[in-house]
Ligand binder design. Sequence first.
Ligand SMILES: [Zn+2]
Length: 324
Amino acid sequence: MINTEIFTSTNTAQRLLNDYDSGSLSHAYLIIGDKGSGKFTLATAFAQLILCEDPQDGKPCGRCACCSYFESFDSHPNVTVLTTGNKASIGVKEIREMSENVFTAPYMGSKKIYIIKEAEKLTPQAQNAMLKLIEEPPEYAVFFLLASTRYSMLSTVISRCRLLNMTPYPKHVLEGIIRDKAPETDSATSAALISRAQGNPGRLLSSISKDDSIRTQVVTSVEALLTQNMEAVLDSVNFIDSRESAISFVFTLNEIMRDVSVYKLEENASHIINTDLEELIARVAQSTSLKKIVQFLDDIRDTHKMLTGNVTYQLCVKSLLLKW
Ligand SMILES: [Zn+2]
């Protein structure tokens, strides 16, 4: 995505830009949005703008020493990114290490930016350590806490941050991504991809770039559910080998079943998201009662919640499908 679109295409970016333009940047932002919604891209773009030595019309100049760091290395010495790495959570040790860096004044530029990805995975102790940092930060520090949900965040942390919710990217931006990444895409496929992405550029990119194998497996599962072939149903989830693939499977199943409920209610396909699966969605809707679909959507939601905890993920998905 080109920079100008990051800065102008969403209300979230517009709010950050207003803070920047009016000189009222907060020391801490909590940005909430689904996976792929562009939180990190937005935080990084703003880090560049904040550090740029010669910003022009609310955008980084792209030429100064700071901007050339971003252009060449996708980063800058004054920007620290904290992630879970391979771990399930971010602990207090990582925040203490980061705080040593926070209290060392910048050796170039006037600001230091800290981006914490998956902030919902900060342990309560880590959040308390984080709280100390954002309560009395050095003048030059700006924190971006990025999270997919605010519910595991301590209210004390939330109240110290300026809260921003990611808003969906408009259609023309997603069309631009398709033109850039997959120029050979025909217009029907492009429309189906945009419909499924629901304004989420990460979801669009993963549909374009990867084989979409999980979605194919979900379609296989749904077909097997329709024919009541339980052996095939259980086989269809044998590929699940990680919590992440289990979550993607359940997420995709939820989108398809949500479409089934919409089709059932409206008796037509005009508001479904998975436009390329219209025929399958119609068949499921016609062969199932609304009550059963609504119950199954509840089961999906419960399973999704369970998958974020400590459960055997493949078994968890199998038990979900057996509830159909
Ligand atoms: Zn610049």
